[in-house]
Design a protein around this ligand. Sequence first.
Ligand code: IPM
Ligand code: MG
Length: 365
Amino acid sequence: MKKFKLLVLAGDGIGPEVTDCGLQLINAIENKEDISFEIKKELVGGAAIDAFGEAIKNETIELAKKSDAVLWGAVGGPKWDNPSASVRPEQGLLKIRSELNLWANLRPVKIWKELIDSSSIKKEKLENVDILVIRELVSGAYFGKPQERRIVNGKREAVDTIYYNEDQIARIAHLGFKLAKKRRNKLHSIDKANVLESSRLWREVVQEIQTQYTEVDFQNILVDAATMHLIREPSDFDVVIASNMFGDIITDEASMLSGSLGMLPSASLSNLSDEGIGFGLYEPIHGSAPDITGLGIANPIAMFLCIAMLFRHSLNLENIALKIESSVADTIKAGLRTRDIAIELKESISTNEMATAIINSYNKK
Ligand code: IPM
Ligand code: MG
């Protein structure tokens, strides 16, 4: 029997609701397959601020380091939204990304044929859209120093710094080229090299590495042009690499191609092997969604797809990942819809009904 340690950080808003569904799936997998999990749970985000005065405890980071993977729900909400507060829920997420060195953030954007009408983009533009954004996650504008407020001549100023060194860029570039080779052999690198020095270094390093992967169809693209092209011809993209902030922006845009944020998982990885297996934190893209918290209507699919990614990238159990993904696909094909992806609201089902349907489908595989 294979044994794994899993740390579950459900967080705020709909985080706990979708994480509960994820744990039901994990339980079903334990009952069916020859594996078991030792599961620990901790508070993060606003819930941790309320309980301990900080968005993540150092003990929680230490627990994460001892786990095989971390499942993350969502953090934040109006209660903790004051921008001048000294502790904010998002700090928990940034701290765990940085302390666990989760430098590679994989954000796949796939279009489900059955849901093509939920997107605001024309149908014919969406056929064949299948994008993998790899966002650099532990450097750039999010972590560069100085990052501060100051008073100069009696006036308020603020400064953020975009910092990259060549090693941080090189590892993202290698991962981008390697994953492109396993997909449709195409890579776009996003930057703002016409303005930013950090982007000029980014472009230079990526181009040096490109000489080792000449079989990959490679293009640099400026971030402003990329945001436009992503809407105009989204199927042109296969793998995309981007710095921390550009990756943040571009993935929200890309997520809208698929119609609902409730369908998109993400993996934040470190210590990656050449096969892309490593330690990881798995997190739905959708966030804490305070407007629907507690209504039982959140879509658990992103969380299920996170668990599939967890089996693929941290536990190296591709067959289970594929089974989870095909259970989700079957359930969508069968016409089951939570409210966010339903055309007719009255036909939508609850979070738990969706979770149960997917788990039933898994159990039959
Ligand atoms: C994301 C989010 C976070 C980020 C926030 C919540 C700090 O937008 O994961 O994309 O900016 O990285
Ligand atoms: Mg974001």
